[in-house]
Design a protein around this ligand. Structure first.
Ligand SMILES: [Ca+2]
Length: 525
């Protein structure tokens, strides 16, 4: 955009101030890779934690029973873990890039890979990847590898993940429908009527006006099925329109979706906290029976939210909500792609072989039972040490069954477990994943709605049309998306008219939009 240079300069000044203050307070925080005096190869790794809240103050991430497992299994390698909450990851990375003080290994997105490669922050791992990362290299297809390559070089270290491992879904309160004598809506007009009744007809029968039809997270995210009923997706999703890949946020179908949501908001049917709520806060409202329709991940809803909801109200039932057919007649569900999670190795890292050795060990092929990949931390979860890490996604484990987890119990019983930032524990084909899910259902670990979400997503899932992106996308899309989020939130919440959507489309084309379209169209044809 026109004033981008000035913005970047301001950002740099801002970061310099932070870093100077930080340096004065004790200097750099990341130890670089090295061969230590004891002859061990050492490197630092930035990773995220999914604990619902801050790290307990007395946790030493580098000195606990899980750190001991690494010391035993990888005796020649000394790993320095730096753990942040996912919400803080981007901020931490920006500070780190501004200061030039970054860890040896860090999670990155595809856009970051492009930027960081161009800025000389990450190094490629050509050759070493094929040589030392056999556990996963043999499994990846050329298409998978494309996602972690840029300018012909392998910059990303892939971690396993199946796109169906934890699909997003929406559901309705079935018991509220029954209480009100309503049936599942068959089109958007009927959905409006149902959500209206969920708000104004006392669906929980407590005589109080204390429910909402619909709620989402910050800036109206997680309302997937509504957007998909219009054939679009909120966020950086691209679709083929004629012979071009076009972002959904400039399509007329998106305008229609916004008009629909604006009406729901204006009529008091969408919880106004949607503007500011994060996933945990939304989940809390769902458990307390305040919201009648909501989007959630299959894992969150089936292993945590639903059991907690039914503890609070034994009559609570939910029903999976499949989007209505889009204007083109197809049913769409959101889905990602396999193999998009990755790590980068900083140019300062001198122990790349040790890094690859670590990842190769961490992601180990399980030849004992099934042809799938395990993270070693998941093996711990799966029973070797009799503990369960799944509810917290990564690293945090407690020695208690999943369905007894509460935030307080987690903190009381926490142990520190390490897992690379991966959405799943398996990288397998869809059919095998269904089998594994069925086993988990039979064991009582998750509700059967998880399998429904996987099967529907497998059948109707529509991945983002953009699989590979280039420098133009990396340069322009952050600013465009920031403005998009502002625009959609302000229109739906009524502070700006729908013509703000048309203004946004003009802004998009005036700020590199056509160049982005041209680039992704050529790259993903
Ligand atoms: Ca009520």
């Amino acid at each position: 955009m026109r004033n981008q240079g000035a913005f970047k300069l301001l950002l740099l000044i801002f970061l310099t101030v932070i870093i100077t203050a930080h340096a004065a307070a004790g200097g750099g925080q990341y130890q670089g890779s090295a061969v230590t005096t004891s002859g061990k190869k050492s490197f630092s790794i930035l990773n995220t934690s999914y604990l619902q809240g801050p790290l307990p103050p007395d946790v030493d991430v580098n000195n606990n029973k899980w750190a001991d497992i690494f010391k035993k299994e990888l005796p020649d390698i000394d790993i320095n873990w730096i753990i942040v909450h996912p919400d803080q990851l981007l901020q931490r990375q920006n500070i780190m890039i501004g200061s030039g003080d970054f860890p040896d290994v860090m999670p990155m997105t595809m856009a970051q890979m492009i930027q960081w490669a161009d800025m000389g922050i990450v190094q490629h791992v050509d050759g070493i990847y094929q040589r030392s990362y056999r556990n996963i290299y043999n499994f990846l297809t050329e298409d998978d590898l494309k996602l972690t390559k840029y300018n012909g070089h392998q910059y990303g270290i892939s971690v396993p993940g199946n796109r169906l491992s934890n699909p997003g879904m929406m559901y309705l309160r079935k018991d509220w429908l029954d209480n009100l004598g309503l049936s599942m809506p068959r089109n958007l007009d009927e959905l409006y009527d149902v959500l209206h009744a969920f708000t104004f007809k006392d669906p929980d029968g407590n005589g109080q006006h204390d429910t909402y039809g619909l709620a989402g997270t910050i800036n109206f995210n997680q309302l997937w099925a509504i957007f998909h009923s219009f054939g679009v997706q909120h966020g950086a999703n691209f679709s083929w329109v004629g012979n071009q890949l076009v972002p959904d946020f400039i399509r007329p179908e998106m305008r229609d979706a916004i008009i629909y949501l604006t009406r729901l908001y204006r009529d008091g049917i969408i919880d106004k906290d949607t503007l500011v709520m994060n996933t945990n806060q939304l989940e809390d409202k769902v458990v307390r029976g305040i919201v009648g329709m909501v989007g959630a991940t299959a894992s969150g809803i089936s292993s945590r939210t639903l059991p907690n909801m039914q503890r609070a109200n034994p009559n609570a039932r939910i029903e999976y909500f499949l989007p209505f057919p889009a204007p083109d007649g197809n049913i769409y569900l959101p889905t990602g792609r396999n193999g998009t999670r990755m790590y980068g190795v900083s140019v300062k890292c001198t122990q790349v072989d040790a890094v690859m050795q670590f990842f190769n060990w961490m992601i180990e092929q399980d030849t004992s039972t099934l042809p799938f990949f395990n993270l070693n931390a998941d093996k711990i979860y799966n029973g070797t040490l009799g503990i369960d890490s799944a509810p917290l996604g990564t690293k945090w484990v407690v020695e208690m069954p999943q369905n007894q987890l509460t935030p307080q119990a987690t903190i009381d019983l926490y142990r520190f477990c390490y897992r690379t930032h991966s959405g799943t524990m398996q990288a397998v084909g869809d059919d095998l994943l269904f089998e594994i899910t069925q086993t988990r259902i039979d064991l009582g670990l998750i509700d059967s709605i998880f399998l429904t979400a996987q099967q529907y997503t497998s059948k109707y899932g529509k991945p983002n049309g953009v699989a590979v992106m280039g420098p133009v996308y990396a340069e322009y899309m952050n600013d465009i998306l920031t403005y998009w989020e502002e625009t959609i939130a302000s229109i739906i919440s009524g502070s700006r008219p729908i013509t703000a959507f048309d203004d946004f489309v003009r802004f998009f084309y005036a700020n590199g939009g056509q160049r982005v379209i041209d680039e992704v169209t050529v790259m993903n044809r």
